[in-house]
Design a protein around this ligand. Structure first.
Ligand SMILES: Nc1nc2c(c(=O)[nH]1)N[C@H]1C(S)=C(S)[C@@H](COP(=O)(O)OP(=O)(O)OC[C@H]3O[C@@H](n4cnc5c(=O)[nH]c(N)nc54)[C@H](O)[C@@H]3O)O[C@H]1N2
Ligand SMILES: Nc1nc2c(c(=O)[nH]1)N[C@H]1C(S)=C(S)[C@@H](COP(=O)(O)OP(=O)(O)OC[C@H]3O[C@@H](n4cnc5c(=O)[nH]c(N)nc54)[C@H](O)[C@@H]3O)O[C@H]1N2
Ligand code: SF4
Ligand SMILES: [Mo]
Length: 711
């Protein structure tokens, strides 16, 4: 462990301008400046010096101080006083709260064994210390059920690593140099706002911007070409693009020859994947598919930016495998601005094991995926019922499928539930104990990004609001109460910072926690965006060192990256994987549920965060269902009608928005709204399925077949 000098702290009760980094689960990782007057934050702004943030934040975070000082913040520990879910609580002291939690964990472990305790957490903050892996050491040490957290990009990451290895691959800023940009299942203007200026710059320089999406959203409206597609059929489109590129001789033969593996097998695989075949699957005219393939191959350097929704189908993993073949075939990797942009997270030398401490976990501990939380809480999973639940950094009632079952489980009087939160969310309403969580202005963290190549240090700008604590402090307190005394449970935040990264890695050369304390953020030690083309000469971090159309990693079967699973790599799902990409179609729409529901992000919320705050609610409006005019006419629905969107799993009530911005056959209800703010007390995850996609245990949220009727 590196020795950790104490990092400087500003006077928390003083006045002035402080630096912070937005904590949210968003690729932009914005650098912020905070104005503070006598220990009270009065405003946040984007840091104009940050090359990616460029002075702007977003509709979610512009008024972050209203979140920090919201009258609805949880500011003390709370104990439930009414029936489960009644939302009646009384304040208690931290000592009493921690003792109650420890007593109940100890009781449950004594009565049912440690696997009867289950943590549920995700990305309320994406900070290295307080984010995805905080709490893993505590629950690994306990031997609690391992929580598998594959909500976001797990399938795409597995697919990407199988084809390309864990490489950052592309500098998002280099998109300014692209000549042809395909934005594939990503509503960038809502979800990755600060990338858009780089795309727009390329567009001004003459690049063509293409959006492939069933929705003509804010990003598609700015593109040169919007290609509507039937949800879940992107794999067929990608296979057909490969077919055209190979059969028409549009490959970069030199690149393919020197830096890829398996082009002959790939050619054979796509032999029958003609544009006419793909037209029948995708609804995209065959001639458009040919045009797209030709333009994409010719427009070097060409770029594909995939969004997270691309994986949310039974064939989502294979779709990403097929898409990832394209840049290698056309030699897009040769220049800055070419390649495939997914998660440049791999550029950051994070010590995931230091964060998760997987060696503390007893061998053979059961793993439950969070999509199965409803079943886990209702004794439907092998290994016994869950009797104690700890939720932090997440709002599973809203973000998890099988909503009715999750709520039924949370309502069990014999379940002990502790929730660490900033607000009394739909989930926290069911807690026995609520613990007040700090916001980013009140805590320390090191911030990586999954959308740019800058690392940042976030130091507190203000004192804690009420008795709120950071997640790291929360787990120090719980570990002490449980008697866990391994050194990792006694580390200060500054010590954790030292351990969380390999500070001697080349990417961090010249950067230390101390320099970051001065500068706030720094570009990783990599070539600049004008020169960043790490695979110009191949050099992929795969077994062969080449881009693998035929994947050696796939030979070992499917896998979930350990960071999505408390560091555990012990169990493999065991699913055999085709070494070549193939097309896996979505579920059919014959039968009683002929429409395909998709549930992308809300523009004004970040997942379910901010869905309770008035400024964002005003922008977002009430829960809506977007329906194509032809589908509305078939059902005699008018714009503004209250409608029921339903299937065999459940129903939501929503306001109909009749618009040709959604393709015929598709219904859109955004995720994020809280149940408590909807007319039917339910949101999209009441109707979404819990099944896995083909790789990495990704969700199949977008493979939801529904019917819509007037309510
Ligand atoms: N405003 C806002 N920004 C956010 C978030 C938020 O909640 N709100 N959340 C953050 C997080 S956690 C994430 S993961 C990212 C995700 O951001 P994105 O990657 O943009 O993901 P989504 O918004 O889920 O979906 C993007 C698009 O995929 C389309 N889509 C759905 N199914 C299909 C399909 O089968 N094929 C194709 N081609 N398109 C499809 C949807 O219509 C939608 O336009 O956004 C981050 N940024
Ligand atoms: N149908 C459908 N479902 C989806 C998705 C979809 O597109 N459609 N998207 C999926 C994706 S991509 C994602 S990333 C997940 C997101 O799922 P989550 O990560 O659960 O996202 P949020 O709903 O924002 O919940 C985070 C909670 O953490 C709290 N929080 C914030 N900071 C802290 C902190 O420092 N400490 C503690 N203890 N709590 C904190 C916030 O107040 C908030 O209530 O949802 C997934 N679910
Ligand atoms: S939510 Fe995203 S866009 Fe908004 S301030 Fe945070 S990092 Fe930037
Ligand atoms: Mo996500």
């Amino acid at each position: 462990m590196t020795t950790a000098p104490e990092l400087p702290l500003t006077d928390l009760n003083g006045s002035g301008t402080r630096r912070a980094i937005c904590p949210h689960d968003c690729p932009d990782g914005c650098a912020m400046t905070v104005t503070v007057e006598n220990g009270r934050a009065t405003g946040v702004r984007g840091d104009p010096d940050h090359p990616f943030t460029r002075g702007g934040l977003c509709v979610k975070v512009n008024n972050y101080v209203d979140r920090v000082y919201s009258p609805d913040r949880v500011t003390t520990p709370l104990r439930r006083t009414g029936p489960k879910g009644s939302g009646r609580f009384e304040p208690i002291s931290w000592d009493e709260a921690v003792a109650t939690v420890a007593q109940n964990f100890t009781r449950v472990i004594a009565e049912h064994g440690p696997e009867a305790v289950m943590p549920v957490s995700y990305l309320g903050t994406q900070g290295t210390l307080n984010g995805l892996n905080v709490g893993d050491p505590f629950f690994n040490r306990m031997g609690a059920t391992v929580s598998e957290r594959t909500y976001c990009d797990s399938g795409a990451s597995t697919a990407y690593v199988m084809s390309l290895g864990p490489t950052a691959g592309v500098d998002p800023e280099s998109l300014a140099h692209s000549r042809y940009i395909v934005v594939w299942a990503c509503n960038m203007v809502s979800t990755n706002l600060h990338l858009w200026p780089f795309v727009a710059q390329a567009q001004r320089n003459g690049a063509k911007v293409v959006v492939i999406d069933p929705v003509k959203h804010k990003t598609a409206a700015r593109a040169d070409w919007h290609i509507p597609i039937r949800p879940g059929t992107d794999g067929a489109l990608a296979m057909a693009l490969i077919h055209v590129i190979i059969t028409e001789g549009l490959t970069d033969a030199g690149y393919v020859e020197q830096h890829t593996v398996g082009v002959d097998e790939l050619a054979e695989r796509v032999a029958d994947c003609t544009p006419e075949w793909a037209e029948a699957e995708t609804g995209i005219p065959a001639d458009d598919i040919r045009t797209l393939a030709r333009e994409y191959a010719a427009g070097q350097p060409s770029m594909i930016r995939i969004g997270v929704a691309i994986e949310r189908h039974p064939g989502g993993g294979n779709t990403v495998r097929a898409i990832s073949c394209l840049p290698g075939l056309v030699g897009a990797w040769r220049k800055p601005g070419g390649g495939l942009l997914a998660l440049p997270l791999w550029a950051f030398p994070v010590n995931w094991d230091a964060l998760s401490q997987p060696q503390l976990r007893p061998e053979g501990t059961r793993i439950i995926n969070q999509f199965h939380l409803g079943r886990a809480l209702n004794d439907e999973i092998e290994g016994g019922n869950v009797h104690a639940l700890m939720v932090y950094n997440s709002n599973p009632v809203v973000v998890c499928p099988d909503q009715e079952k999750v709520v039924a489980g949370l309502a069990r009087e014999d379940l002990f539930t502790v929730v660490s939160e900033q607000f009394l969310t739909d989930t926290a309403q069911y807690a026995d104990i609520v613990l007040p969580a700090a916001t980013q202005l009140e805590q320390t963290d090191v911030m990586f990004s999954w959308g740019h190549l800058y690392i940042g240090l976030n130091r507190p700008s203000i004192p804690p609001v009420g008795e709120a604590v950071s997640n790291t402090e929360l787990f120090r307190r719980l570990a002490a109460a449980m008697g866990y005394d391994e050194p990792c449970f006694r580390m200060t935040d500054d010590e954790m910072i030292a351990a969380a990264y390999d500070w001697s890695a080349p990417a961090l050369e010249g950067i230390t926690p101390e320099t970051l304390a001065e500068t706030g953020w720094a570009r990783l030690n990599l070539p600049g965006p004008d020169a960043y083309a790490p695979h110009a000469e191949g050099g992929f971090p795969t077994p062969s060192g080449k881009q693998e159309f035929v994947s050696a990693a796939a030979a070992g079967g499917d896998f979930v990256l350990p960071l999505f699973r408390q560091g555990s790599n012990e169990f493999q799902p065991g699913g055999e994987v085709d070494p070549l990409p193939r097309y896996v179609p979505p579920a059919g729409t014959d039968g009683p549920y002929p429409l395909n529901l998709i549930s992308p992000k809300s523009h004004a919320y970040i997942n379910s965060s901010y869905a309770n705050l008035p400024a964002q609610q005003r922008v977002q409006g009430e829960q809506a269902a977007w329906v194509n005019p032809a589908d509305a006419a078939d059902r005699d629905l008018a714009d503004g009608d209250l409608v029921r969107v339903f299937n065999e799993r459940g129903a939501v009530l929503a306001k109909a928005v009749v618009t040709d911005e959604v393709t015929r056959g598709v219904v859109l209800t955004a995720m994020g709204a809280w149940r408590s703010n909807t007319k039917g007390q339910s949101t999209v995850n009441a109707i979404n399925p819990t099944g896995f996609a083909d790789l990495g245990h990704a969700p199949t949220f977008s493979d939801t077949k529904v019917q819509v009727e007037r309510a």
